[in-house]
Design a binder for this molecule. Structure first.
Ligand code: GLN
Length: 285
């Protein structure tokens, strides 16, 4: 079975990336003349990966990793594969931070204890990609990532260690904010937002292999926002910001949910395809 026969659009690219994975080499090294032939073990591993990819298993699950915002994340079948769309959330939060709404850099004119290190909360953290990327980008921030899935939390903890962030990131099991205490300056979430009936229409990589828990937003796709928004006024610090990923065309409905809880929509940000992908939320007063 070849990937072309399986109608994988990116057949040639995927075959090459899987070969690099089996050999543990870069693209440049793969092209070098002196590359040794595959051992029988490597050949068998490669054929097995091609078979799985031909059955639509996502490439990231097969190689076990995925790049997000320039950082490499471990990915398993228990975590949503980080997507470029979600980088919109990171950009939106960083723009807010850079506007200087609060001090993220130590201010030497103030006594050390008074400068403000932002506290970040990531609801439904999965691989941890949102929280860990923000911790990489905001030097003195600390954060908590919660997920209902223990398997996902283990992946997120692994990613924190790989990225050298274990001192600044804590991961704990919680259904949204149920078990979270305290106030956070930045709250992020990429909750499940696909309407249940639409899951079967997604690409087979997604519908067959990605965790349903991370995709299924209930009948209209909005259940997670209905669960999270009432918790937000307590969790969000004064002057803080929450950034939520949303599905295509969900902005008006999500805004209605937001504004029914003493919260307001402070902005929207489109993804690279021009689709409103991130909704920014603050306290209404
Ligand atoms: N963006 C994902 C998809 O369309 C869904 C992720 C989510 O539900 N949060 O495949």
């Amino acid at each position: 079975m070849s990937l072309k026969c399986a109608h994988i659009d990116t057949a040639a690219l995927d075959a090459r990336l899987l070969l690099q994975h089996v050999l543990g080499v870069s693209h440049e090294r793969l092209l070098a003349d002196d590359l040794p032939a595959l051992t029988p073990g490597q050949e068998a591993d490669y054929q097995e990966l091609i078979r799985k990819r031909g059955a639509w298993q996502p490439l990231a699950q097969l190689t076990g990793r995925r790049e997000f915002y320039g950082w490499e994340f471990k990915v398993t079948e228990h975590t949503l594969d980080p997507r470029p769309d979600s980088e919109t959330l990171i950009d939106a939060v960083l723009e807010f931070v850079e506007r200087g709404t609060w001090n993220v850099e130590p201010d030497n004119t103030l006594p050390r204890t008074t400068y403000h290190a932002p506290r970040i909360l990531d609801l439904g953290t999965g691989t941890g990609c949102l929280l860990l990327t923000l911790l990489k980008e905001i030097d003195n921030a600390r954060g908590v990532g919660v997920d209902i899935s223990e398997e996902a939390l283990n992946v997120a903890r692994d990613n924190a260690i790989r990225l050298g962030l274990q001192e600044r990131a804590l991961f704990a099991r919680s259904h949204w904010g149920d078990s979270v205490e305290g106030k956070f300056d930045i709250i992020v979430a990429n909750p499940p937002y696909i309407p249940t009936h639409a899951i079967a229409t997604l690409a087979p990589e997604v519908s067959r292999y990605e965790p349903r828990l991370a995709l299924d937003g209930g009948e209209d796709g909005l259940n997670a926002y209905r669960a999270i928004m009432p918790q937000l006024p307590l969790l969000l610090a004064d002057g803080g910001i929450a950034a939520f990923e949303i599905g295509m065309g969900q902005e008006e409905e999500v805004e209605k949910i937001v504004t029914s809880y003493e919260l307001r929509v402070a902005g929207m940000k489109c993804d690279l395809g021009g689709i409103p992908r991130c909704i920014l939320v603050q306290h209404s007063s």
